[in-house]
Design a protein around this ligand. Structure first.
Ligand SMILES: *[C@@H]1O[C@H](CO)[C@@H](O)[C@H](O)[C@H]1NC(C)=O
Ligand SMILES: *[C@@H]1O[C@H](CO)[C@@H](O)[C@H](O)[C@H]1NC(C)=O
Ligand SMILES: *[C@@H]1O[C@H](CO)[C@@H](O)[C@H](O)[C@H]1NC(C)=O
Ligand SMILES: *[C@@H]1O[C@H](CO)[C@@H](O)[C@H](O)[C@H]1NC(C)=O
Length: 314
C-alpha cells in the first residue's frame, strides 16, 4: 500500500509539473470573445481574380484550385502579390498561416500602400507579422502613415492568442471615411478614428493591397542582431480567404468608380456596420488591447517627447 501511495504521489507530482511546463511553453489558453463576423459578409476571391505577382514570381505558388497561394522566402528571394485593382476605401481580408520553426528576421506583411504613385506623400495601412527570436512567437504589428508622415511611426504591437503557424487566421483591414479598423479573426485590435486629430495623417488616397514575405533582418530584429537564418529556409506562408471589397479606382487617372454619395448605398463598406463599432466589437477591442497589446506608440514617451495629438484625444 505504501508503495502504491508513493507511486501515486510521484505520478501526480509529475503530471502537475508537466502541466506547468506545457502551460508555460504554450502560453495560457485564451478564449476570445464572440464578435460579429464581418468576414462572412463578403465573397472569397481566387488568387488570380484578385492579385498579380508583385515580386519573386518563382516563389509564388497558386494552390487549391486557385483559392490559395504559397509565398516563400529563400536565400534567392522573398515574394509578394499586389492587387489587380486600386481601392479608395474598402474591406480587405486574408486568411494567413505563418511559417513554423525558427523565423527570426522573417516578416509577412499584409498592407495597403500607394508609395508607387505618391512617393513623397504616400499613405499606408500595415499589418506586419514579425518572426521573432524570443520563444519563437510571432508578433503582430500594426501601423499607419498618411500623406508621407514617415517620420512618425504609429506602431502598436500584440501577441497573438493562438498559434498562427498551426492554421489559417483572418487578418483584416477595414478602411473608410469614418475609421480604420484592424481585425484578427474578426476581433478588432485597433481603431484609428478619422477626426480632427488624425485628419492630416489619415490615409485618404487610393491604395493597392499587398501580401509579401521578405527578409527584414536589417529592419525588424534590433538592427540585424537576429537575422534570418537560411538554414531553416524556405520560409513558406500560405494565404487563402481572399476578400477585397471597396471602391475601385481607374488606375490611369485614379478616378473612383463610385461617388462619395453612392458609397454608402452601394458599398457596404461605408454602411452602418462598417462605420461604427458594435458593443460586441468594443468589448472585443478592449479584450485584445488589455490582454494582448504590449506596445503602443502613444505610450512611448522616450520616443515622442511630445506625443502625436491623437494620443491625448481619447
Ligand atoms: C476549380 O475552379 C473552377 C473555376 O474557378 C471551378 O469551375 C471548378 O469546379 C473547381 N474545381 C474544384 C474541384 O473545386
Ligand atoms: C493563375 O495564374 C497563373 C499565372 O498567372 C497560372 O499559372 C495559373 O494556371 C492560374 N490558375 C488558375 C486556377 O487560373
Ligand atoms: C474640427 O475642426 C473643425 C474645423 O477645423 C471645427 O469646426 C470643429 O469644431 C472641430 N471638431 C472638434 C470636435 O474639435
Ligand atoms: C499633404 O502634404 C503636403 C506636403 O507634402 C501638403 O501640401 C498637403 O496640404 C497635405 N495634404 C493634406 C490633406 O494634409
Amino acid at each position: 500500500m505504501a508503495v502504491f501511495h508513493h507511486n501515486f504521489i510521484l505520478t501526480s507530482l509529475l503530471i502537475f509539473l508537466r502541466n506547468i511546463i506545457v502551460a508555460y511553453s504554450r502560453g495560457p489558453v485564451y478564449t476570445p470573445p464572440n464578435v460579429d463576423r464581418l468576414t462572412d459578409r463578403f465573397s472569397r476571391l481566387s488568387v488570380n481574380q484578385s492579385y498579380n505577382v508583385f515580386f519573386g514570381g518563382a516563389n509564388v505558388h497558386v494552390t487549391n484550385n486557385g483559392t490559395s497561394a504559397d509565398l516563400s522566402l529563400d536565400k534567392s528571394s522573398g515574394s509578394g502579390l499586389v492587387s489587380k485593382n486600386k481601392y479608395y476605401y474598402g474591406f480587405f481580408n486574408a486568411a494567413i498561416k505563418l511559417p513554423a520553426g525558427f523565423t527570426s528576421g522573417v516578416v509577412v506583411a499584409y498592407y495597403l500602400s500607394n508609395a508607387d504613385i505618391f512617393p513623397h506623400k504616400h499613405d499606408e495601412i500595415d499589418i506586419e507579422l514579425l518572426g521573432h527570436e524570443k520563444r519563437r512567437e510571432w508578433v503582430l504589428q500594426t501601423n499607419i502613415y498618411g500623406n508621407g508622415s514617415v517620420s512618425t511611426g504609429r506602431e502598436e504591437k500584440f501577441y497573438l492568442w493562438f498559434d498562427p503557424t498551426q492554421g489559417f487566421h483572418d487578418y483584416t483591414i477595414l478602411w473608410n471615411n469614418h475609421h480604420i479598423l484592424f481585425l484578427v479573426d474578426n476581433i478588432p485590435v485597433r481603431e484609428v478614428v478619422h477626426n480632427n486629430a488624425t485628419s492630416s495623417v489619415y490615409p485618404s488616397k487610393p491604395m493597392s493591397v499587398y501580401a509579401t514575405i521578405w527578409d527584414a533582418s536589417q529592419w525588424a530584429t534590433h538592427g540585424g542582431k537576429y537575422p534570418v537564418n537560411y538554414k531553416f529556409a524556405p520560409f513558406v506562408t500560405s494565404m487563402t480567404g481572399i476578400e477585397m471589397e471597396g471602391c475601385i479606382v481607374n488606375s490611369k487617372n485614379m478616378a473612383p468608380s463610385c461617388s462619395k454619395s453612392s458609397l454608402s448605398s452601394i458599398d457596404p463598406v461605408d454602411g452602418e456596420q462598417f462605420s461604427k463599432l458594435s458593443s460586441q466589437q468594443i468589448s472585443g477591442l478592449e479584450w485584445a488591447r488589455r490582454k494582448h497589446m504590449f506596445y503602443s506608440y502613444c505610450q512611448d514617451k522616450p520616443r515622442y517627447k511630445v506625443l502625436p495629438q491623437e494620443c491625448s484625444a481619447k
